[in-house]
Design a protein around this ligand. Sequence first.
Ligand SMILES: NC(=O)c1ccc[n+]([C@@H]2O[C@H](COP(=O)([O-])OP(=O)(O)OC[C@H]3O[C@@H](n4cnc5c(N)ncnc54)[C@H](OP(=O)(O)O)[C@@H]3O)[C@@H](O)[C@H]2O)c1
Length: 236
Amino acid sequence: MKIALLGKGKTGGELLRLIRNSPGLSVTVFDRENPPERTRLSGHDVIISFLPGDAFLEAIPELKVSGIPVVTGSTGFDWPGGRETFSTQLKDSNLIWVHADNFSLGMNLIHEMIKVLGLAGTLYDDFSFSLHEVHHTGKKDAPSGTALAWKEWLNMPVDITSERTGDVVGEHTLTFNTSFEQITLSHSARDRQIFASGALWTARHVLDSGSDMGPGLHDLRRIALYKLREAGSQKR
Ligand SMILES: NC(=O)c1ccc[n+]([C@@H]2O[C@H](COP(=O)([O-])OP(=O)(O)OC[C@H]3O[C@@H](n4cnc5c(N)ncnc54)[C@H](OP(=O)(O)O)[C@@H]3O)[C@@H](O)[C@H]2O)c1
C-alpha cells in the first residue's frame, strides 16, 4: 500500500513511524515544503491527512482531482457547502473519503454508551450533563471535534468546557448529574499511536471494502457501528 501522508506533526509523525515499521507499506510525506498537488499525489493508493483543519480545507480541491481515496482525521473546519452537499459531490465524482474526529477504536464503544445516557429524559425529570475535554497546548480548535461529536450523540443540552495543558493526548469526560446520582463516562487517549493505528486500520478497510462502501463521505463511526451490530447479531 502506497500512502500519501499529509502532515508529519505530533499525530502524522506517529503514523509515519508506524508505516515505516510495517512491512508492505510505503509513504510519501506532504507538508508545507512538499504541498499535496495532484501530480505528486498520483500513484498513491490512499491519502491520509493529519493536517490542521484550515490546511486540510485548502488542500481539498487538489485531493479531489487526484481521484485517490482520502482518510482524514483533520478537525476544526466545516466541509465546503456542508457535509451532505460535499458527500453528494464525492458520490458524483465516484470518490471514497472517510472522516473521523477521533480514530481511537474505543471511541466507537463509547458512542453506544453515550446514546444510552441521552435517553435519561425517559427516566428522570431533573438532571443535567457536563462535558470537559483536555488537550495539549498546541491544539488549535476548541471545543475538540470529539467533544462536539459526543454532544451530537447525546442529543441533549450539555455544557462543554475545554482545557489546554502540557502534552495531553486527549481526555473527554461526560458527567450525568441528578440530585442523588452521578454517572461519569471518561475516555483517555494514552498514546497518539491509537490515532495512527486507527487511521491505518481505516485506510486498509477502504482499500479492501471500498466497493462495498461505495463513493461518498463516510464516517468511521458508521463503519465501526456496522461491524459492532454485525458481531452483536451473531452472538444472539
Ligand atoms: N481524528 C483523530 O483521531 C485525530 C487525532 C489527533 C489529531 N487530530 C487532528 O489532526 C490535526 C493535526 O494534529 P497534530 O496534533 O498532529 O498537529 P501538529 O503537530 O501541529 O501537526 C500538523 C502538521 O501539519 C503541517 N501543516 C500545517 N499547516 C500546513 C500547511 N498549510 N500545508 C502543509 N502542511 C501543513 C505541519 O507542518 P509544520 O510543522 O511545517 O507546520 C505539521 O506537520 C488536527 O486537526 C488535530 O485536531 C485528529
